[in-house]
Write a protein that binds this ligand. Structure first.
Ligand code: NDP
Length: 247
């Protein structure tokens, strides 16, 4: 049995990814940070359809919690062969002048350090030289890594740029170990991350500025992630797929 760990697998893009991977036969470890109810709902939906999944709590910005999460996964039947580094945070719009060190550190601790640590622990379990059978990693970046999000979320954009560099570098480091590392850069996707922030009409305004004139659905990103993890992408590594409606 192959286990796929989806960080932030309980809501939004992670939720859609968990549901899709389960239908493709993976045992899904549905990670969450705070909302156990959301993770349990995903697990119930999967098991209700005859799939395999379990919820697993860990704040990915906390190394001890990540270590405990992987130790718990080790106790489940099956082998970890997929990791989706999807957990991510974004704060309110701010100019550089308004950015505090605390905010920048929190964004990087979750989006970057959390992804690094999860990669490290996953590679330990997947690598041939550790007795693993290889595997796949997908890092969920953002179109913001390309645009830089000036005046809005430069901290977030920079963290996603760091994730892209992680994808490139790690893909080369572990290629000979049978591990493929890829990424996806979603544009504007309809999830709770984009509640209108008290600014009615913001979501529609953003969508109208996208060449395809709409935001994306979480399922449209989940399908890319599932493809990157599948054997159909068996010769693809170090690739980051843009999925931003032409933005
Ligand atoms: P949501 O806000 O809808 O969901 C976030 C998920 O991540 C939740 O499951 C949440 O769990 C979990 N999470 C948050 N912080 C942590 C943490 N420290 N440790 C573990 N889990 C955590 O996010 P989206 O689905 O919108 O975004 C998913 C990813 O896609 C992110 O990396 C985001 O940057 C990226 N992305 C999203 C875009 C969008 O337009 N939505 C565009 C481009 C990229 P809990 O509920 O328990 O807190």
């Amino acid at each position: 049995m192959n286990i796929a760990l989806v960080t932030g697998g309980s809501r939004g893009i992670g939720r859609s990814t968990s549901l899709l991977l389960a239908t493709l036969g993976w045992t899904v470890a549905v990670n969450y940070a705070r909302r156990a109810d959301a993770a349990e709902e995903v697990v119930e939906q999967i098991t209700g359809q005859g799939g395999r999944a379990f919820a697993i709590q860990a704040d990915v910005s906390d190394e001890a919690q990540v270590m405990a999460m992987f130790a718990e996964i080790d106790r489940h039947p099956g082998q970890l062969t997929a990791l989706v580094n999807n957990a991510g945070i974004l704060f309110q719009q701010a100019t550089l002048e308004q950015l505090t060190a605390e905010r920048i550190n929190r964004v990087f601790a979750t989006n970057v350090t959390g992804s690094f640590i999860c990669c490290r622990e996953a590679v330990k379990r997947m690598a041939f030289h550790h007795g693993g059978k290889g595997g796949g990693i997908v890092n969920v970046s953002s179109a913001a890594a390309r645009t830089g999000s000036p005046g809005e979320y430069v901290d977030y954009a920079a963290s996603k740029g760091a994730m892209d560099t992680l994808t490139k570098g790690l893909s080369l480091e572990v290629a000979a170990q049978g591990i493929r590392v890829n990424g996806v850069r979603p544009g504007f996707i309809y999830t709770e991350m984009h509640a209108d922030g008290g600014e009615p009409g913001r979501v529609d305004r953003v969508a109208s500025g996208i060449p395809m004139q709409r935001g994306g659905q979480p399922e449209e990103i989940a399908r890319i992630i599932a493809w990157l993890l599948s054997n159909d992408a068996s010769y693809v590594t170090g690739t980051i797929v843009d999925a931003a409606g032409g933005r």
